[in-house]
Design a protein around this ligand. Sequence first.
Ligand code: C5P
Length: 408
Amino acid sequence: MSVLAGRHILLAITGGIAAYKSPDLARRLREAGAEVRTVMTSAAMAFVRPMTFQAVTGKPVHYDLLDPASEAAMGHIELARWADLVLVAPASADFMARLAHGHADDLLATLCLATHARIVLAPAMNQVMWANAATQANRTQLEARGVRMLGPGHGDQACGEVGTGRMLEPTALVAQLCRFYAQGPLSGCTVMITAGPTREAIDPVRFISNRSSGRMGFDLGAAAREAGARVIVVAGPSAEPLAAGIERLDVESAEQMYETVMQHIEGCHIFIGAAAVADYRPEAPPAEKIKKQEAAISLRLIRNPDILQAVAALESGRPFTVGFAAETHGLLEHAEGKRRNKRLDMIAANWVGRPGLGFESTTNALEILWAGGHVSIDQGPKAEVARRLIEIISERYHAQDSTANSGS
Ligand code: C5P
């Protein structure tokens, strides 16, 4: 089975003569088993008609941000969530500039801002435009943000010149995407991630919870999936979207999260505890709503099981175990203490209560600690920070694996 089977690929076409190759690309992606939806810019429609893509993909083509009918069918946010990967082929110089500057003035640019999926560009333009300092600066900036470039290739151009700027052929683009997924550093691995807050019932209508959005755990899930892993996310209540292709097990309380993790942990190679699990729960929540009668009431709280610690203590089939430490002070000392106490392979420490970092923020920065090692991940969007953390985890996981193998 192809590594593209079941992947949700949003194929975006911008204005360039290479757009005549894009229907063939859509067809080949489908032949490789991917589900393909298409977005076109208005400039693209000067080169190819939407009808062609509709015929090739069997799905309506999206091109209008402000069309109530198409927004009602599948709006830009749903499309952004649906995608596993956004492939812009061809990607014009103008589109690269608009993406680099975060425009949101048409459907495609807005989608790219709204998606957590990996964005891949197949640039196509005149060789002088490609070599231009402005285009190269945009390219560098986009690559630094995690956007991948496939091509451009070298050869004859539609304008009669010869040079670098040709869109790669559809077969080459499909082959590179297959390689991208197949060679993922976590292919063949199963990764379990806990995410989000837990809710601890006070009575049937009230609960104790915390400010975790679940975003960091969900972004780790997407990054692990992108790295080729099978991913299981055990999620506390969260309104955040989760990327396609991830197995999601919903829970509410810490006890339910513990049970669910323990039921499914067998066979997992890596466990990441990214959930903000409540440390305590009300001891005996009544079956009926507590009435407002007393001037003051007391809630007795008892400890919840520590899920991360329990996984790290598994005697057989213990996965490579990664925890998080959210701290308001003494970040590195507390995190290292936690890593040792809970016998973790790695811990990701982040500040909480500082602007732009942690719980309710869309950006984060982390300090990663393991026995004998430490790296920092600079502040950036959570999806980017998640990709970097998954890279570090897979490096350490494989390093540990090879040490174990060479010792046996
Ligand atoms: O000890 P502390 O709660 O600060 O540790 C945080 C780490 O432990 C996080 O990775 C969190 O997901 C995990 N944890 C857990 N079960 C608990 C408490 C925390 O898995 N009951």
